[in-house]
Design a protein around this ligand. Structure first.
Ligand code: SAM
Length: 285
């Protein structure tokens, strides 16, 4: 009987571990190392460069919160750009909206998509079954740099952390190009790291300062993600026009009748009410 554990450091002296029943694959691509595991508590999960990306059991929290929050604010999202998101979970939630006509998903690493199609169909199945989804395997920084002005109603940045290939997705140039690629009432959501451990909070503040310098409206919202460092994770909401709380229309979203496991319209407003230490971090660094 082997006793196999997946472990990752969340701080220099803090480790998070999951007991693994089986390792499904391990692959070094030109961009990163991808591993898939099976476990009892989190089901199948995959990691990139030793960091958990998605697990079968808690991915719903992340994908609900990246997708449904902007859709409950913007009245008519038709064109969506997803940067990263090769596991397909974000695209799956976006594709639940009948008004969406076109989704470009840009992941630098085709192997993430192919391995998720093989081992994590729960998130990836929409990637080859919904004709609105168009896959592009290239650097998101370059893709958005070439995108036409005002092409997208929504840009969702579902990236790895700002190290390795994900680094360019946390730069001024990237946010400026997102601003240009968005319509006049477009919304940008980006994964904003964790406020708790200093190493993640530092990256969160750097990203937030750049977004605040680019968009007139730049807010932060929170959710709980058991397998991410500290379990407390943030997204950034940036827009040229919409305030995520003042312009939020719960009755419009509820009328769609979408069933979700994490997101609901009471939680929407609450997610923007941040703990004092997070507010202080955002105000004073
Ligand atoms: N939910 C996860 C999280 O917050 O940790 C991230 C999901 S994972 C699917 C992120 C994806 O971003 C990976 O598939 C990776 O290949 C992709 N990625 C990293 N850098 C990128 C870049 N510069 N352009 C496009 N995709 C990138």
């Amino acid at each position: 009987m082997t006793d196999l554990w997946y472990s990752e450091y969340h701080a220099a002296d803090v480790r998070f571990s999951i007991k693994v029943t089986r390792q499904l694959c391990s692959e070094q691509t030109p961009f990163q190392k991808i591993d898939f595991f099976e476990s009892e508590t989190f089901g199948t999960f995959f990691t990139i460069d030793g960091l958990v990306m998605a697990t079968q059991k808690d991915e719903f929290a992340y994908h609900d919160m990246i997708a449904h929050v902007p859709f409950a604010v913007h009245p008519a999202v038709r064109r969506v750009l997803i940067i990263g998101g090769g596991d397909g979970g974000t695209a799956r939630e976006v594709c639940r909206y009948p008004g969406v006509e076109h989704v470009d998903l840009v992941d630098i690493d085709e192997r993430v998509v192919r391995l998720c199609q093989q081992y994590l169909p729960q998130t990836a199945s929409v990637l080859d079954s919904d004709p609105r989804v168009h896959l592009h395997f290239e650097d998101g920084l370059q893709f958005v740099g070439r995108a036409e002005e005002g092409m997208y109603d929504l840009v969702l940045v579902d990236s790895t952390d700002p190290v390795g290939p994900g680094e360019g997705l946390f730069t001024h140039a990237f946010y400026q190009n997102c601003h240009r690629a968005l319509t006049e009432d477009g919304i940008l959501i980006n994964q904003h790291e964790s406020p708790y451990y200093p190493i993640y909070a530092h990256e969160m503040l750097r990203a937030h300062a750049k977004i605040r310098a680019t968009f007139p409206i730049a807010r932060v919202y929170e959710f709980h993600m058991p397998t991410y460092p500290s379990g407390h994770w943030l997204f950034g909401f940036a827009s040229k026009r919409y305030d995520p709380v003042a312009d939020f229309r719960p009755e419009r979203w509820n009328a769609l009748g979408l069933k979700t496991r994490y997101y609901n319209t009471d939680l929407h407003t609450a997610a923007f009410a941040l703990p004092t230490y997070v507010k202080e971090l955002l105000e004073h660094g």
